[in-house]
Write a protein of this length. Sequence first.
Length: 434
Amino acid sequence: MMNICVIGTGYVGLVSGVCFSDIGNNVTCVDIDENKIENLKKGIIPIYEPGLDELVLKNIEENRLHFTTELQTAMNDAEVVIIAVGTPPKETGEADLRFVEAVARSIGKNLTDYKVIVTKSTVPVGTGKWIKGIIAEEAGHSNFDVASNPEFLREGSAIYDTMNMERAVIGVESDKAKDVLSNLHEPFQTNLVIADIETAEMIKYAANAFLATKISFINEIANICELVGADVTKVAEGMGHDNRIGKAFLSAGIGYGGSCFPKDTNALINIAENAGYNLKIVKDVENVNAQQRYRVYDKLVEALNGDISGKRIAILGLAFKPNTDDMRAAPSIDIIPKLHSDGAEVLAYDPVAMKNAKKEIAGLQTVESYEQAVQDADAVIILTDWNEFKEMDLQDLKSKLRHPVMIDGRNMFPLEQMENLGFYYASIGRKTVK
Ligand code: NAD
């Protein structure tokens, strides 16, 4: 059992904090957002993440999980202090380390005895050393270790991913910090990758850039499939059985969004540039991704014979992926304004992201069910592959549409089924059913 202080209670800080407490540690989560902390104390969760509510409540009740805005109190007995604040992109694509720096200064000011200060936020290579300098300057001593422990959880399955982590990357420069962090991760019975701090920082960017590359790669293959009459879902199946390739991340669609891949690929390009290296592959991965989301728009234009003005379009799914209300860099943010500017009337439905989406998309009109969205629509576009959409009664859906046109950015349905139902069905990397 360890005393842990987690700074920043967003997706990463809150989920890691609650999971560390659930395996028996005493965890105090700190945030500067007073409203968030007041709510969390009552068990009100600021984000949508399956299973999080119950786990937070359980650990509050068992007195292992605490929330505060007072860093000093939270750090008092902590052996490990985890930095999990945001590192959003600057205009240049570089990671903005403003929040990390502010936290490092506060930690330094409150550091009275030895602690391991761990960076969980995704930060450019070299940040660990930089943080060490800031803390030492503020504290006036060096009785601490810094370490890197990048996070790999996925929003939507964050608790499962943490409890069943496939590896923990631990970047350290002392045996003491290595032992503390190895012990902390022992209950997860996972693969420990022990490295120096720079290598640990690099692993996170390399992993995310590689996953983004897989997505853009299969999307380009999908685009070729459309031109030559092949089916990308079968191509992916045929590729995925090869262990060297693997099945994951080979679903063609409208590309990646979210708070991590766009930001981290950009930051890696910047890290490379600053080191005098032109990271060509990842630049192309980004370019392909930026274009890919518009495939659904192009397919809609084709389906409606170029005439979108005055048409009613149903949008199913707003979040960047299922099981989250996170709208950061979601394709819907680009697609819906484009439809608006063409004069279309857009009615959107998402099981959980509508509130957040309204903050991001001007003039967004939402309805309370997919049935309401598709009623009298000239076409329906699927942007997020929520399970709820997989389970739709397609016969009924077709009867509600003014024209049976479905543009599916996530390849959710078999072509044969859509053909039998009599849909005009355009998806990604497969033949269009007309
Ligand atoms: P987030 O924006 O959801 O949460 C950040 C939290 O930090 C906010 O609650 C904010 O109020 C708080 N904060 C900011 N300044 C603070 C300060 N001085 N003191 C205390 N709290 C402060 O961010 P997130 O999505 O949890 O991401 C955090 C980091 O983890 C980022 O570097 C991100 O790249 C990385 N990451 C995110 C994910 C993900 O899926 N979201 C996955 C892996 C890694």
